[in-house]
Design a protein around this ligand. Structure first.
Ligand code: CO
Length: 459
């Protein structure tokens, strides 16, 4: 049987309309989605948390509880960036544990855990706590291509994640670089190495996704991430209906509820039209971009490079910056190009080109990366480059998280005072300090107004 994870409420929402769907907009369809027989629905994590607080004036925890209530029979899934939780900074272990526990308590069943460098030291605490909390940890590979990202190394990573207690392995191809052939080989290798379900995650960006899933399924993949048709394609996932139709015809056992899918698509169609019209959904996000196959650089990174150069009045250096990017990536030990490493490498390449000397102008993030604050790199950092960047600064030994202060939670609690009503509020603040503080302050003001109003009413 091939099962489906529906991404419309998280990745599709994030990739096409910058996570701008407020809860009220999808609340009416939750009961129908609950009937679709999905393997799981990805509903939380990634950018949802930040955007809820920053732009939608929604408490992300409350959103999760409401989704849980609206879909009591479906497994709810979230995406977690290992030791970074939902952001890019490293957090101490007890914060990671608290966040995982509260996510599960508020309704999450499956936590997909990944790290930008595939460093298992950044995954293990989150995986351990997920399992302890009674949820399923899905260990994700941040997929990339490089001389050190061999099948053998992926298999080694998968075995380590299996020994940590993950319930499934996810191949997370954030840029749409996974080809049908490589998908077939990778899924086969994972299936040979461990006795765990394999989940595939890709994006349609380069146009490969449907073929990639098909070959992955032929090799034994168990679950695929798809989006209901109105929110599929382009930078999002392939369409749920198309893949269920195709795979069913090919003889695979698919138990998705066709009628529910039809109703869900009908519901989201006018929403897509609305976002297209108001400009939130950019038609460019819906096209196929094959340039990134040639450069093996994620599409988002190409456009970032170009806009950065434009701002510096140096658009003519684009080709040069493009050629510099793989060199910097190699010097940095071949990190997968995903946030935040894609920004680190891209900015460094631009600086190198503009300065006319390599590693002359270095950002504090690159210094931190070379110190080892982001974790262990896939290959060693070029020692000469590292020495030039670090100077007298000593690299970190062991896990960076263990060097972080142990009283982060207590300090945040103290800082918030009566703005925080529960542990969840404090965790929101730790994850996104300024936006959460503003959200909690506004909430308090609103509640006080309601209170004054009701006293006047009584009078
Ligand atoms: Co994705």
């Amino acid at each position: 049987m091939i099962q489906f994870t529906e991404t419309v409420l998280r990745d599709a929402n994030q990739s096409l309309i910058a996570t701008r769907l407020p809860f009220e907009k999808f609340e009416p369809i939750l009961s129908e989605m609950d009937k679709a027989d999905y393997y799981s629905c990805e509903v939380w994590g990634g950018a949802t948390f930040d955007v809820c607080l920053r732009f939608l004036n929604e408490d992300p925890w409350e959103r999760l509880r409401k989704i849980r209530k609206g879909m009591p029979n479906t497994k709810l899934q979230m995406l977690l960036r290992g030791q970074n939780i939902l952001g890019y900074a490293h957090y101490p272990d007890d914060i990671v544990r608290r966040f995982v526990r509260k996510s599960v308590e508020n309704g999450i069943d499956i936590i997909r855990i990944f790290d930008a460098l595939n460093d298992v030291d950044n995954l293990k605490v989150a995986i351990e706590e997920t399992v302890k909390s009674g949820a399923m940890a899905s260990g994700a590979i941040s997929y990339t291509i490089s001389p050190v990202h061999t099948l053998d190394n992926y298999v080694k990573l998968v075995k380590e994640m299996a020994s940590m207690g993950v319930g499934s392995i996810c191949i997370k191809d954030m840029a749409g670089l996974l080809t049908p052939k490589n998908a077939y080989d990778l899924v086969s290798a994972i299936k040979d190495a461990v006795d765990l379900p394999v989940v595939m995650h890709t994006h349609c960006t380069t146009g490969l996704a449907f073929m990639t899933y098909l070959k992955g399924v032929e090799a034994g993949a168990d679950v695929i991430d798809t989006a209901i048709s109105p929110f599929s394609g382009g930078t999002s996932q392939p369409a749920t209906e198309t893949l269920s139709y195709t795979l069913r015809e090919l003889g695979y056992d698919i138990n998705l509820n066709k009628e529910a899918l039809h109703n869900i698509a009908a519901y989201f169609k006018p929403i897509r039209a609305e976002y297209l019209e108001n400009g939130t959904l950019n038609p460019i996000s819906l096209t196929t971009d094959t340039e990134c196959l040639q450069y093996q650089i994620p599409g988002g990174m190409l456009s970032n490079l170009l806009s950065q150069l434009k701002m510096l009045n140096a658009s003519d250096k684009f080709e040069e910056a493009l050629k510099e990017t793989p060199k910097v990536r190699e010097d940095m030990g071949f990190p997968p190009l995903v946030t935040p490493t894609s920004q680190l490498v891209g900015n460094m390449a631009v600086q190198n080109v503009l300065a006319g000397e390599r590693y002359k102008n270095v950002s504090s993030e690159i210094k931190a990366y070379c110190r080892g604050e982001y974790g262990k790199t896939p290959a060693p950092i070029n020692p000469e480059v590292r020495a030039k960047i670090l100077g007298d600064v000593k690299p970190i030994e062991g896990r960076y998280a263990e060097t972080l202060p142990a009283d982060t939670f207590e300090k945040a609690e103290e800082k918030l005072g009566d703005l925080a009503k529960c542990e969840e509020d404090v965790l929101s603040y730790i994850a996104f300090p300024s936006v959460a503080e503003k959200f909690l302050t506004d909430r308090k003001a609103k509640e006080e107004n309601i209170w004054t109003f009701s006293i006047e009413e009584v009078k």
